[in-house]
Design a binder for this molecule. Structure first.
Ligand code: HEC
Length: 155
């Protein structure tokens, strides 16, 4: 018979094991945008592959700056080079720098997590504008290929 104490210790052990794992999947964490931004900066995202169709800075009609650079991480690049899929794999990150008059005005990021896409938008100086699953992002992106608007799935 487990005593209350062993049960309590078990609960503590289980929650200790999960430090960080809940955090990664918390799509409502307001600091998530900042963390995700710092993560991609550390990962030198401007050296990632460019998104298909965005091999150079492109004019954009989307609300992310007049001109955009769009980068995909290795997970997306591998998926693009692979077989037909109907959703992007967990771990996919797409980052988009928006420019107005040649000046960085916006950084928009989406990361595929176990719970779905995590959305982040920061201004040109790293201030958080949106974080989590804001309907402003999900509504407009709903028409995309698993929410991706700039390019489709590999055929
Ligand atoms: C009114 C429509 C609209 C809204 C709102 C919108 N986007 Fe986008 N987004 C687009 C379109 C269209 C593209 C395709 C690329 C382009 O032309 O810039 C895009 C591209 C992107 C990309 C590059 C990957 C992709 O899906 O093509 C990211 C990342 C992104 N948006 C993030 C966001 C975030 C974060 C928000 C919310 C803060 C947001 N977007 C809100 C229309 C929208």
């Amino acid at each position: 018979m487990p005593t209350l104490l062993t049960r309590a210790l078990f609960a503590v052990a289980v929650s200790a094991l999960c430090v960080g794992c809940g955090e990664d999947d918390d799509n409502t964490d307001p600091d998530g945008a900042k963390k995700l931004y710092e993560q991609i900066v550390a990962d030198k995202y401007t050296e990632w592959d460019r998104a298909p169709g965005y091999e150079m800075r492109e004019k954009s009609g989307a609300p992310h700056g007049g001109e955009v650079d769009i980068y995909v991480n290795d997970t997306v690049a591998a998926a693009l080079a692979g077989d037909k899929i109907s959703s992007w794999p967990v771990g996919s990150i797409i980052a988009k720098d928006g420019f107005d008059g040649g000046k960085l005005s916006l950084v928009a990021i989406m990361e595929k997590r176990k719970g779905g896409w995590y959305w982040a938008e920061l201004d040109g100086s790293g201030g958080v504008l949106f974080s989590g699953e804001p309907s402003v992002c999900t509504d407009c992106h709903g028409s995309g290929a698993d929410s991706v608007r700039a390019f489709g799935f590999p055929q």
